[in-house]
Design a protein around this ligand. Structure first.
Ligand code: ATP
Length: 260
């Protein structure tokens, strides 16, 4: 078994009277792809927002590489090696691919000038092209082109590449294949596997169980703010996972529907 990179122990988060996370415990290990599944309102987004510092938890503990961590902001999470790619919001559409690959962490000239330091464009272009080659999406991409000229799948790959290059140990993807075509979806799923094979840990939310079986190593299922089941993908099947998500035996429902 590989090393533990992130562990949540009995984390809680409420919004007024809504207990979005009741007592969620989860361990992520190095180099695995974990799919987080659950019905609408199960608490998936709240869980990833807790890990990424958007909604600091009300209680419970978070450990990063075995050390107790305090994640109170997105900056805290990034500093701990946790990068989150939210749907459609992770890129600046008007900026170039190269700028988006660095976004806020661009190479600068005269770094002692702090926020006033001018960008080092030749270095930015060189580093961006090298990264695009390394992640295998360089074929037709020009690092100077605006990012809004890219397809949805390419944009996802750019956002994931950015997370990878900043050596994020844990990359969290919120519905990475939402609104993508079939081919693009396969491209992103393939890329997720490559990211895993490069040693990163990926946690992703999806409503598409078929994608889970294509890419995940492990499935974690949430219901009503708790993690109710975890399964290795090779040890489970679609009906079992659907049953765990819904909290009822789906095969019985199917039989009943056929009998009507
Ligand atoms: N900012 C918020 N303010 C108030 N309630 C919230 C907030 N965010 C989430 N909730 C509530 O917390 C519960 C869990 O929501 P969450 O978005 O985490 O579920 P989810 O599993 O991601 O659902 P979906 O798949 O529909 O996105 C829901 O009842 C939701 O209405």
């Amino acid at each position: 078994m590989t090393a533990e990179v992130l562990r949540l122990e009995r984390v809680r988060k409420s919004f007024g009277s809504v207990n979005a996370l009741r007592s969620a415990s989860l361990t992520l290990r190095e180099g695995e792809v974990v799919a987080l599944l659950g019905d609408n309102g199960a608490g998936k987004s709240t869980l990833i927002k807790a890990i990424s510092g958007v909604h600091p938890v009300d209680g419970g503990d978070i450990y990063v590489r075995g050390e107790k961590a305090s994640i109170r902001s997105a900056r805290d999470a990034i500093d701990l090696g946790i990068e989150t790619i939210h749907q459609d919001t992770s890129l600046a559409p008007d900026l170039s691919i190269a700028r988006n690959l660095f976004l806020g962490r661009e190479p600068v000239k005269l770094p002692f000038l702090g926020v006033f330091a001018p960008l080092d464009f030749p270095e930015l272009r060189r580093a961006a092209s090298a990264l695009l080659r390394r992640v295998g999406i360089s074929k037709k991409l020009d690092a100077d082109a605006p990012v809004d000229t890219l397809s949805g799948g390419e944009r996802q790959s750019i956002a994931i590449s950015r997370a990878m290059q900043f050596a994020a140990k844990v990359i969290i993807l919120d519905e990475p294949t939402n609104n993508l075509g079939v081919e693009e979806t396969h491209g992103v799923l393939r890329f997720v596997k490559e990211v895993r094979d490069a040693g990163h840990t990926v946690l992703f939310i999806t409503h598409n169980i078929h994608h889970v079986f294509q890419v995940a190593d492990r499935i974690v299922i949430m219901r009503r703010g708790e993690i109710v089941a975890e399964r290795a993908v090779e040890d489970t099947d679609l009906l079992t996972v659907e049953s765990l998500i819904m909290g009822v035996d789906v095969s019985t429902l199917v039989k009943e529907a056929k009998a009507r």
